[in-house]
Design a protein around this ligand. Structure first.
Ligand code: NDP
Length: 465
């Protein structure tokens, strides 16, 4: 009998996804560019191989799927996706569906959706890494709702489960799913960066070893900061390097890699004029981390920072509070960006559902997302920081964030994400800011005009002529 769905690209993610699909009782036909990997994969699939049909050509793959077909692409984003679509197109019938499950740029997904003609096209963001793909990812879908509805039973079955609710949600038309996945990754960058920053204060400011730091993260993971990222930070800090027999963390080079989704978030935020400084700071921090030699020269030239922070000035509990504040602030920025995009692209992005789909399966899953989903359900148009639950938390925790940022600055530890998060918070609680000076300058040199506080628009200052 024929398979219900097909999958192309048996790499890390594709293999895991195919096994997940089979594990959930669906027959899946698979193909991979390097065809030898297809047989290897099926041979290793054990009992699940009964549900997996290996194929060696695209024509064979297409023939193995029940029409109207649905085929998942799990190949690297960019040209490989376009190439695969081109190769499939002549083999497919009208209404057959291609589902790009890679980390596509949503603008590519918009374009592909417009180009696929009578084929159906879905762009789905899949988060959770290899384990997520195998045992339940978070899935953010985009494209025609009717196409989503055709395959949603499979996507919901393979997705993570949050207390009975599957983490697979249709976000909107075109590249809406890939857009939401991109912002997810941007938030992920900021969340990771803020954790790295408090790690830095514990290591350099407090002089704590990795094992102690691991215990701190473990403790935090039992409280309001409970999250996958804090959990794995504890595990990373606890691990021992078999070679040096010291902490693994101490043997890892401090230059972070990236595949571009954080950068895309920052670029799109600028297009949208959406202020997401904590996320941008996290992207910048990764770029800066790769400049190792320059940093080493800088240390020679300016002298080594950071310096120890006395225990009576700052403690681990304040770091926890600061991280809570920083986390609320950076998620508020991410959701504000999504709200702006929703208007700009006419997508009606479901903010509460986005918080819900992130509660399980994905890298940024956390206890706090439950409260965020609730707050956004009450009022999706309100900045998350202003929702009563989070306003109360911020009123209590911004003081610690302030102390952490101030002490880090005084002792020479860079905390770019926490600092810009704090600056965002302060700007967002200041009714009278300083852009009056900007407007004065703009009018002075360019006669751009300003609004007077009496309400009259297009006013000019007495400096004209
Ligand atoms: P891998 O590198 O493990 O696998 C890539 C797969 O794509 C291989 O099967 C490879 O085939 C195939 N492929 C590569 N180039 C082409 C091409 N030009 N034409 C056809 N097939 C090609 O990648 P991943 O599984 O890690 O990632 C796949 C997608 O999933 C990417 O978009 C990635 O960004 C996204 N993703 C990855 C996550 C992760 O944690 N790894 C998490 C979420 C999303 P061959 O065997 O012939 O080389």
């Amino acid at each position: 009998s024929k398979s219900e769905i097909g999958l192309i690209g048996l790499g890390t993610m594709g293999r895991a996804l195919a096994l997940n699909i089979a594990d959930n009782g669906f027959d899946v036909a698979v193909f991979n560019r390097t065809t030898s990997k297809v047989k290897e994969f099926v041979d290793d699939a054990g009992e699940l191989s009964q549900r997996i049909t290996p194929t060696e050509t695209l024509a064979e793959l297409v023939a193995a799927i029940t029409p109207p077909r649905a085929i998942i692409l799990m190949v690297p984003a960019g040209k490989p996706v376009d190439d695969q679509i081109e190769a499939l197109r002549p083999l497919l019938d009208a209404n057959d569906m291609i589902i790009d499950a890679g980390n596509a740029n949503f603008r590519d997904t918009n374009r592909r959706a417009a180009e696929t003609g009578d084929l159906a096209f879905l762009g789905i963001g899949v988060s959770g890494g290899e384990d997520g793909a195998r045992y339940g990812p978070s899935i953010m879908g985009g494209g025609p709702k009717t196409s989503w509805d055709r395959v949603s039973h499979i996507l919901k079955a393979i997705a993570a489960d949050h207390k009975g609710e599957p983490c697979a949600t249709w976000m909107g038309e075109e590249g809406a799913g890939h857009f939401v996945k991109t912002v997810h990754n941007g938030i992920e960058y900021a969340d990771m960066q803020m954790i790295a920053e408090v790690y830095g204060i514990m290591r350099d400011g407090f002089g704590l070893g990795a094992a102690t730091i691991s215990k701190v993260f473990d403790r935090w993971n039992a409280g309001p900061l409970q999250s996958y990222l804090v959990e794995i930070s504890a595990a990373v800090a606890a691990a021992i390097d078999p070679e040096t027999e010291g902490p693994m963390l101490d043997a890892i080079v401090d230059a972070a890699g990236q595949k571009g989704t954080g950068r895309w978030t920052a670029i799109e935020a600028q297009h949208l004029a959406a202020p997401i400084p904590a996320i941008e700071a996290a992207v910048v921090a990764r770029n800066l981390s790769s400049q190792r030699q320059i940093r080493a020269k800088g240390e020679e030239l300016f002298g080594a920072a950071p310096h120890r922070i006395p225990h009576d000035i700052l403690g681990v509990d304040q770091l926890e509070e600061a991280l809570i504040a920083g986390k609320i602030i950076c998620y508020a920025q991410g959701f504000e960006m999504i709200a702006k995009a929703s208007i700009e692209f006419d997508w009606s992005l479901p903010l509460p559902d986005i918080a819900k789909v992130w509660r399980a399966g994905c890298i940024i899953r956390s206890a706090m997302l439950d409260d965020m989903a609730k707050a956004l359900s009450e009022d999706p148009h309100r900045n998350l920081m202003f929702a009563p639950h989070f306003a109360k938390k911020l009123k209590a925790s911004h003081i610690a964030l302030r102390q952490v940022v101030a002490q880090a600055a005084l002792h020479g530890t860079a905390t770019p994400a926490l600092s810009s998060g704090l600056a965002y918070f302060d700007a967002m609680r200041t009714a009278r800011g300083t852009a009056n000076m900007i407007q004065g300058q703009r009018d002075y040199f360019g006669r751009h005009g300003f609004e007077h506080i009496n309400g009259s628009k297009d006013q000019h200052g007495p400096w004209a002529d």
